[in-house]
Design a protein around this ligand. Structure first.
Ligand code: ADP
Ligand code: MG
Length: 317
């Protein structure tokens, strides 16, 4: 199968719809942004053997690549619109491609994002997903808006994906039900698109947790020129995680494990009160974990000292 046959067979199904005048098949896609909106775009690359096991199921690889890319749109309150795919393949394995494209389109449909173009080359397996979304002019959530006195929240529970990865690598063992939930958290993280949009008018700053809570909250604090004080007893941990690791280990996954793709955000005043109330009544799955004060960095509430965990998030270089 040649390059163009491959594109035609596996990656030209989508890309129509009101906002897409030309999708896959020309030199560029031709797209119409919603009026009164700003566009937000982001690209994420995953490399076999570094970000996922090379022998992993292709539909899971595709699903995770799209989900993690969409998480950046969620973090800024954007609505997903379009994506392009840069695919580097060692060879044109049709069985692999069929499953990969099926996984890709399934997630794309679920989140309402159209595949409108890409690039296909030969080389070590590597996948780049570029996403574009939109938000009403001036409404996108930035990392830089946190103010002294704001409270800090996270969505969902943290640490499951990091534990799931340890299970996949054979470095952790647990009961079958917990294992299923933790591995799912790693392979199928949920980009918090709806929550991000709800937070547009309520949060002062937001970031998605890809590298671990402490590392990502550290980025938010730095961008906002403030200090984050976190009460580690308030970090939401799932039953599956607590059933699979001692509490301290579970907390370490949650604080510095990464791959959660939950949102960490700040809010002040009436918005903070509403969010706390929504969290308590579980009408939103958000939890208050700390507060913003003057200074810099991220510290533990009880001692005021930097966290005990050594490694603050994953870094490539
Ligand atoms: P060009 O050489 O003009 O850059 P290509 O030959 O690389 O274009 O691609 C042909 C068409 O197929 C373009 O519309 C491109 O966006 C699309 N395309 C290529 N690879 C992919 C892919 N993996 N997924 C989706 N669309 C792709
Ligand atoms: Mg061209």
């Amino acid at each position: 199968m040649d390059e163009f046959g491959l594109i035609k067979a596996f990656f030209s199904a989508h890309g129509s719809g009101a906002s897409v005048r030309q999708g896959v098949g020309d030199d560029c896609a031709v797209l119409t942004p919603p009026s009164g909106h700003e566009l937000l775009c982001s690209v994420d690359t995953v490399v076999a053997g570094r970000h996922f096991p090379a022998e992993a199921r292709p539909e899971l690889v595709a699903s995770r690549a799209v989900r993690t890319a969409l998480s950046d749109l969620a973090a800024m309150g954007a609505e997903p619109l379009w994506m392009t795919l840069a695919l580097t393949l060692p060879h044109a394995d049709e069985a692999w491609l069929k499953l990969f494209s099926r996984g890709l389109y399934e997630v794309a449909e679920h989140y309402g994002v159209s595949l409108v173009g890409g690039d296909t080359t030969k080389g070590p397996l590597c996948i780049s997903v570029h996403v574009t979304g939109s938000a009403p002019q001036g409404s996108a959530l930035l990392r830089s808006g946190a103010k002294v006195g704001d409270e800090i929240f996270v969505s969902g529970s943290l640490g499951d994906a990091a534990a799931g990865l340890q299970l996949l690598l054979g470095d952790l063992d647990t009961d079958a039900q917990s294992a299923q939930q933790l591995k799912r958290a790693y392979w199928k993280p949920e980009p918090r698109i709806k929550l991000g949009q709800e937070l547009r008018a309520r949060a002062s700053a937001c970031i998605d947790i890809s590298d671990g809570l402490l590392a990502d909250l550290g980025h938010l604090a730095e961008a906002s020129a403030v200090k984050a004080v976190v009460d580690s007893t308030r970090i939401p941990l799932s039953q599956a995680l607590l059933a699979s690791a001692p509490t301290r280990q579970a907390l370490e996954y949650a604080l510095s494990g990464g791959d959660d793709y939950q949102l960490c955000f700040t809010a002040g005043g009436a918005e903070a009160e509403q969010l706390k109330q929504a969290g308590r009544s579980r009408s939103l799955d958000v939890t208050r974990i700390g507060e913003i004060v003057e200074g810099q960095g991220v510290v533990e509430a009880s001692s005021g000292a930097p966290f005990f965990v050594k490694q603050q998030g994953f870094q490539h270089f």
